[in-house]
Design a protein around this ligand. Structure first.
Ligand code: THU
Length: 157
């Protein structure tokens, strides 16, 4: 019998332990929650992407009365970056969520569809994407890209 063991490091940092560049990106993700259209879930998610040229692209979740038409903050931000800054590498994505009058205490993590979208981003740009997953009580800092959240990810050969 063979066995595959998968393990990854995730740092859990307090906001004030983040670098100033990471703080600024987390702040942008927090700001983006205010632009969310989420009348059905009342769960406002914001994402902010740092591109290789220093540009920050924001996105937020956009819901719809036909629920399946809704789109997450991460994919809103990724698709905006791909439309408006085609070919620019995405270095880091920060995510934050606001509900019941405050940001979530635990870090928010991207859903499966968004993880798979980040898989494709990494494949296209041939470079991993750092992830900053904000919560009031701590931020997950993932330096090693989407593999950490999506082991044995699907990719076309
Ligand atoms: N949502 C996101 O925007 N990103 C995530 O990573 C998880 C969930 C949105 C979808 C929906 O509008 C709301 O949060 C509640 O699920």
């Amino acid at each position: 019998m063979n066995k595959i063991t998968i393990s990854h490091d995730i740092l859990l940092l307090q906001y004030n332990e983040l670098s100033s560049q990471d703080k600024a990106l987390v702040d942008a993700a927090k700001d983006a929650t205010q632009l969310s259209y989420s009348p059905y879930s009342n769960f406002a998610v914001g994402a902010a992407i740092l591109l290789e040229d220093g540009t920050v692209v924001k996105g937020c979740n956009q819901e719809n009365g036909a629920y399946g038409n809704s789109i997450c903050a991460e994919r809103t931000a990724i698709f905006t970056a791909q439309c408006q800054h085609k070919g620019k590498k995405m270095l880091t994505i920060a995510i934050a969520a606001y509900t019941d009058g405050d940001f979530t205490h635990n870090p928010i993590t991207p859903c499966g569809a968004c993880r798979q979208t980040i898989v494709e981003v990494e494949a296209c740009q041939q470079e991993k994407v750092r992830l900053l997953l904000y919560g009031i009580d701590g931020t997950y800092v993932i330096e090693d890209g989407i593999d950490v959240l999506m082991p044995l990810k699907f990719e076309l050969d």
